[in-house]
Write a protein that binds this ligand. Structure first.
Ligand SMILES: *Cc1c(COP(=O)(O)O)cnc(C)c1O
Length: 383
């Protein structure tokens, strides 16, 4: 069971942090000015620069993407007894805030052409909700693996019912939807700077909107709902969710290399495809007509019958060579914690989970690394 290399090569991670060079300069500035915490000029600058890059008017920097989703749903008034419609094929941080607020998630399957929330299924669900006389308080599509959900179609379905759309854009910073930034056009959008995202602050998030009132409210709630008076006065319960000045300094450095990172992520995807697309039983995540994905992770589908091995066999084989790969997100409707929740459709995301494998996509990988990984996969095909 030992690999042929007698010493394991350095681990290749799925999507590790990749500093651009200017982060340290901004962090040193934060130290020099003693703005170590909590807030400070880098937080304001990071928010402003984030708005410039995305073309979304208002932003509040927070401690995580999950915190950003929590506040997004909170400022939209989600509360006990409400329902919130969400993508089933996503990461749990997208939907756990629904539970924090005492509401119930309702899951929608993916569209096979985009792997994102299927607008047709959403329409069916909302029609039924309307007939039953209980509409969801919000709809939360995820931009999966850096590919935007079909936002205009989703908004068009939600608008007649007056239901706001919150995009979980945690994975899609730098991606484009019909020429505009991911998240632009939704009532609110949530981004994450967790360690493996396309850019990182080691941990953090951003909540954005073109609606100033919503972001002002979220900012207030993120700082313990402190009233604007000299002493500590509270008429509402808030949270401690603000981003620190040090982390914002890292984020400012990272924003400066975002475009470069997207370019490299797309190159990595294209190179894997060049090396593997001819193999029977291997397919790549499609790119939707309406957008440019940031290709945060390169994802393949493995058909066991045609290829000769399944995605788990490939994953374990790569692991022997200290190469990290990971199954596609396990759909939320299959998670034990959500087993009593409603799901519309389900088989598309179940199949993607069964056969999907995320390949190492770190922007510091060399073409040689990619070649080595692809060769290991090629060698596993049935002869
Ligand atoms: C990473 C991620 C989140 C959560 O972000 P954190 O910053 O880790 O809290 C939410 N949704 C999706 C789809 C993600 O990939």
């Amino acid at each position: 069971m030992t690999p042929d290399d007698s010493i394991l090569p350095e681990r290749i991670f799925l999507s590790p942090p990749h500093m651009g060079g200017e982060e340290m300069h901004f962090v040193q500035e934060a130290f020099a000015s003693n703005y170590i915490a909590p807030l400070g000029p880098h937080v304001d600058a990071f928010e402003r620069e984030f708005c410039n890059i995305t073309g979304i008017a208002h932003a509040v920097a927070l401690s995580s993407g999950t915190a950003a989703m929590h506040l997004a749903l909170k400022v939209l008034g989600v509360g006990p007894g409400d329902e919130v419609v969400a993508s089933t094929l996503t990461f749990v941080g997208s939907v756990s805030p629904i539970i924090f607020l005492g509401a119930t998630p309702v899951f929608i399957d993916a569209d096979h052409a985009t792997w994102n929330m299927d607008p047709e299924l959403l329409k069916d669900e909302l029609n039924e909700c309307a007939a039953r006389g209980k509409l969801p308080t919000a709809v939360v599509p995820t931009d999966l693996y850096g590919q935007c959900a079909d936002l205009d179609a989703i908004i068009e379905i939600c608008e007649p019912y007056g239901i706001p759309v919150v995009v979980d854009a945690a994975e899609s910073l730098g991606a484009k939807y019909n020429g505009r930034s991911s998240g632009k056009g939704a009532e609110l959008a949530v981004f994450s700077f967790n360690g493996n995202k396309i850019i990182t602050t080691s941990g953090g998030g951003m909540l954005v909107s073109d609606n100033k009132d919503l972001i002002d409210k979220a900012r207030y709630l993120s700082q313990q709902a402190r009233e604007p008076v000299p002493h500590y006065e509270h008429v509402e319960i808030g949270y401690n969710y603000r981003m620190s000045n040090i982390l914002a300094a890292i984020g400012r450095g990272q924003l400066r290399v975002l475009e470069e990172r997207v370019r490299r992520k797309r190159e990595i995807f294209a190179y894997y495809r060049e090396l593997l697309a001819d193999l029977p039983g291997i397919e790549f995540m499609p790119e939707a007509r309406y957008g440019d994905a940031n290709r945060w992770l390169t994802v393949i589908l493995v058909n066991e019958e045609d290829f000769g091995a399944n995605r788990e066999v490939i994953r374990l084989e790569l692991e022997k060579y200290n190469i990290e790969s990971r199954p596609v997100w396990k759909p939320m409707h299959l998670q034990p914690v959500f087993k009593r929740m409603r799901i519309r459709g389900g088989s598309i995301s179940e199949n993607l989970f069964d056969s999907g494998l995320c390949l190492p996509s770190g922007t510091q990988m060399t073409d040689d690394d990619i070649n080595r990984i692809a060769t290991k996969i090629r060698n596993m095909r049935k002869s």
